[in-house]
Each structure stands twice: as C-alpha cells, then as structure tokens.
Design a protein around this ligand. Structure first.
Ligand code: SF4
Ligand code: SF4
Length: 84
C-alpha cells in the first residue's frame, strides 16, 4: 500500500530526501506522497524509510484509499525502475 502523510506533519523535510522513489514532495501546506510512486519502500528497504525518519509519531500512516498487496508493490517497484 502507499503511505499517507497526515496533518500532523510539521514540514521538517526529513522524509523528502530519504524517499528512494522520489514520491514525496511539498504540497499546498504539508508534504505529500504520490501513491503512484510509493512502494512502501518495497524493493529498496525492509521498512518504509519515511516513517523511520519522521520525528512525529503516527504522522505517516497507511493510506486507506491505496491498499496494495506486497506483489503489487513489487510490480510497481519494477515499473518505476524501468525494469519491465
Ligand atoms: S514508504 Fe518509501 S517509497 Fe513510500 S513515500 Fe515513504 S520513503 Fe517513499
Ligand atoms: S518527516 Fe514527517 S513531519 Fe517531517 S516533513 Fe516528513 S512527514 Fe512531515
């Protein structure tokens, strides 16, 4: 599934440079994750790195509107890397 940045975000900019898929950008008021680019870090890391670096508890959550299986995330990773 893709992850979602909630309004708890304090715009600290810790997550943006750490995303391996360049899925995080600054939106209108807070940072946002592009669900088409977020693989939940599948293919890159064991855990979502944005969640690991975010200093705010439960700021970045699973996006309830973009729930995907591990297989779909891996497929997305392959496409994003230009491997398919
Ligand atoms: S989970 Fe990984 S791929 Fe998704 S936005 Fe966070 S750092 Fe980027
Ligand atoms: S690390 Fe967390 S608080 Fe900082 S910009 Fe990213 S989502 Fe917002």
């Amino acid at each position: 599934m893709a992850l979602l940045i909630t309004e708890k975000c304090i715009n600290c900019d810790m997550c943006d440079p750490e995303c391996p898929n360049e899925a995080i950008t600054f939106g209108e008021e807070i940072y946002e994750i592009d669900p088409d680019k977020c693989t939940e870090c599948v293919g890159h890391y064991d855990k979502p790195t944005c969640q690991s670096v975010c200093p705010i508890t439960h700021c970045i959550i699973i996006d309830p509107d973009n729930v995907e299986s591990e297989d779909l995330l891996l497929e997305k990773f392959v496409k994003l890397q230009g491997l398919a």
